[in-house]
Design a binder for this molecule. Structure first.
Ligand SMILES: Nc1ncnc2c1ncn2[C@@H]1O[C@H](COP(=O)(O)OP(=O)(O)OP(=O)(O)O)[C@@H](O)[C@H]1O
Ligand SMILES: [Mg+2]
Length: 260
């Protein structure tokens, strides 16, 4: 199961929006997706309209028995193929190291989940603490989100370094998959300079799929709707963007269709 952590040290750059956009792309094509909300702010949980469950990802991390995540799976009102490990504010308590192997608790909890998902996407908090380390330790790859601004780029660099630390310690198979530029306004010269700076440093790692700044993202999130169901020109544009991102990160799938 392709499992991606969406990370950045900087807050507000669009981690949750990219997480929800990818979940929406999966939803629109009927793929099975699991969103793991590892942010105590619980924004992804809200965007997926999952209401305060009694057993959250906080309880899952506290327990950490192999496979315990199954007990916390929620179905989003978006559709039966969209599952959620919901967050709550108390998750903040898990952002510090608790004993040896503390950052492997999520990986253990997810072990032996039925291989039922086409995509697992983990929304991380704006910190590189124990929650993000748990996410990266349980992932195949990191998606680093940034805005094309100076501070955001520094946050992206710090996330790249954190991914490297995890790769060289708990999860040698994990890699940085892409740096995704969000809230882009191509007409702004300062932004173009930042994108050029990022590309000079990271080359092809910078995704060719750039997410434009559009109010429709905020409107769909506030309504708890997938962007693919948001009927407006901007909604259609963003759907196309997240479709392209989804296609770019998904491994080539073997088709089981019999050719006609
Ligand atoms: N492409 C975009 N165009 C316009 N608004 C956007 C876009 N992407 C995100 N936003 C808005 O910017 C705000 C921050 O986005 P989001 O919550 O996804 O960031 P985040 O990185 O998850 O933040 P945090 O670090 O607090 O978790 C939200 O109100 C969101 O709706
Ligand atoms: Mg967020």
């Amino acid at each position: 199961m392709p499992t991606y952590s969406v990370v950045s040290m900087k807050g507000g750059v669009g981690k949750t929006s990219v997480t929800l956009g990818l979940a929406s792309a999966a939803w629109s094509r009927g793929d099975r997706v699991l969103v793991i909300d590892l942010d105590p702010q619980a924004n992804a949980t809200m965007g997926l309209r999952v209401e305060a469950p009694s057993f959250t990802v906080n309880d899952v991390l506290a327990d950490a028995r192999p496979g315990v995540a199954i007990d916390a799976l929620q179905v989003s009102p978006w559709g039966e193929h969209v599952h959620v490990l919901a967050s709550e504010r108390a998750l903040e308590h898990r952002n510090t190291v608790e004993g040896r192997h503390s950052s492997l608790r999520l990986r253990a909890a997810l072990a032996s989940l039925p291989r039922a998902y086409d995509l697992v996407v983990i929304d991380c908090p704006p910190s590189l603490g124990e929650l993000t380390r748990n996410a990266l330790s349980a992932s195949d790859a990191a998606l680093i989100v940034t805005e094309p601004g100076y501070f955001a780029l520094r946050g992206a660099e710090q996330a790249m370094e954190a991914a490297e630390v995890i790769r060289s310690s708990t999860n040698p198979l994990m890699h940085a998959e892409a740096i995704i530029i969000n809230k882009a306004r191509p007409s702004v010269a300062e932004q173009r300079a930042r994108i050029a700076e990022l590309t000079a440093i990271y080359g092809d790692l910078v995704s060719g799929v750039i997410v434009p700044e559009r109010n429709a993202i905020q409107q769909a999130e506030a309504a708890g709707m997938p962007i693919h169901a948001w009927e407006s020109p901007a909604g259609a544009e963003l759907s196309g963007v997240f479709d392209a991102l989804y296609d770019a990160i998904m491994p080539v799938r073997l088709t089981t269709e019999v050719p006609r």
